[in-house]
Design a protein. Structure first.
Length: 332
């Protein structure tokens, strides 16, 4: 391998580079000639010139090297985030322009601004607040986790005030959560403080976060950390999302104002049935925990109880017994 063919970021550390660095740690140094085909080691500062011998390179201790590499990666991520924000900002006015047809004519102006990309949590919240301030009928929301009620107190208080103003204007709120939030004090307290037509229900699994206002505008996350969001005003898209919400709502279990405990079937709890359904699909404990908003330890405890209830002695046998037991049948 030659230096000219050694094409990767310094912080990535290729396998030959890692092997040479390990050798330098064991022997205390390597020759500059040995490091020539692997410039990533010098660029990352893992090999440094020996003050007493120009033909040698000494290794940076691993305890210092790892934090340095991690900082390099964090700096790179921060740069990419800044570039992402600048790109979104630059394209936002362009997204509002009507799209041209193939013949050069502009599309129907009714589609202009039907979908808008919002960047930054503060800006997203401002857009939602502005839309809610003019809404009159209905707020539909799916909250996969309780993070929105455990944020900093000023933001939480602001959201409560915003929702209460909407209720005072005669609006109604319907919210869907996962079953794991049913007994969270923050979630319960939120609905006990709101006055008006407000209901919350829960499911084993829900979609990503969703807000629909008056069935005219919807907000959905556009990246994993929710620093980007799409504001959709296209009637067909908003109607599709609202219909999906309605169907999930009919399947959900009331949590507020009157909590209802899903029925136990054959000694198997609703939570265990949800886990059983994912088990027979072949999912690992970690995937099941993520899908149901639980930790892995709790999932394993439920699996152990499920195995005891069905008399299973192994995981493979448990899958067979679940299929035979009928606990997942719709009419069970």
């Amino acid at each position: 391998m030659t230096a000219s063919g050694h094409d990767h970021e310094a912080a990535e550390l290729c396998e030959p580079g890692l092997a040479l660095y390990a050798r330098a740690l064991r022997e205390g140094h390597v020759t500059t000639r040995a490091a020539e085909p692997l410039p990533c080691l010098v660029e990352a500062g893992l090999l440094q010139p020996d003050a007493t011998d120009a033909g040698r390179l000494r290794p940076l201790p691993a305890a210092l090297a790892l934090p340095r590499l991690l900082r390099t990666m964090e700096d790179d991520i921060a740069r990419r985030r800044r570039r992402e924000a600048l790109l979104v900002e630059a394209f936002e006015p362009l997204l509002a322009l009507p799209a041209p047809h193939a013949d050069g004519a502009h599309a129907d102006t009714a589609d202009t601004g039907a979908i808008r990309l919002l960047s930054g949590i503060d800006r997203i919240n401002r857009a939602i607040t502005e839309a809610l301030s003019t809404a009159r009928a209905e707020l539909l929301t799916i909250q996969p986790h309780a993070s929105h009620v455990t944020t900093a107190l000023p933001r939480h208080a602001e959201a409560l005030s915003r929702d209460q103003d909407f209720l005072d204007r005669g609006g109604r709120i319907r919210a869907l959560y996962q079953h794991t939030t049913r007994h969270m004090p923050t979630v319960i307290a939120r609905y006990e403080r709101l006055r008006g037509d407000v209901q919350a229900r829960t499911l084993d699994e829900v979609t990503k976060r969703l807000l629909i206002l008056d069935r005219e505008v919807a907000y959905i996350p556009a990246n994993a950390d929710r620093t980007l969001a799409l504001e959709a005003r296209h009637p067909a898209l908003v109607d599709f999302l609202a219909t999906a919400f309605d169907r999930l709502w009919r399947l959900a279990t009331p949590m507020f104002p009157e909590a209802v405990q899903p029925p136990t079937r054959g000694g198997v709890t609703p939570r265990q049935r949800a886990i059983a359904a994912l088990l027979i699909e072949g999912h690992t404990d970690a995937v099941i925990a993520e899908r149901l908003g639980m930790n892995v330890r709790t999932v394993r405890e439920h699996i152990a109880k499920l195995a005891a209830t069905l008399g299973s002695e192994s995981r493979a046998q448990l899958g067979y017994l679940i299929s035979r037991s009928g606990i997942l049948d719709a009419e069970a």
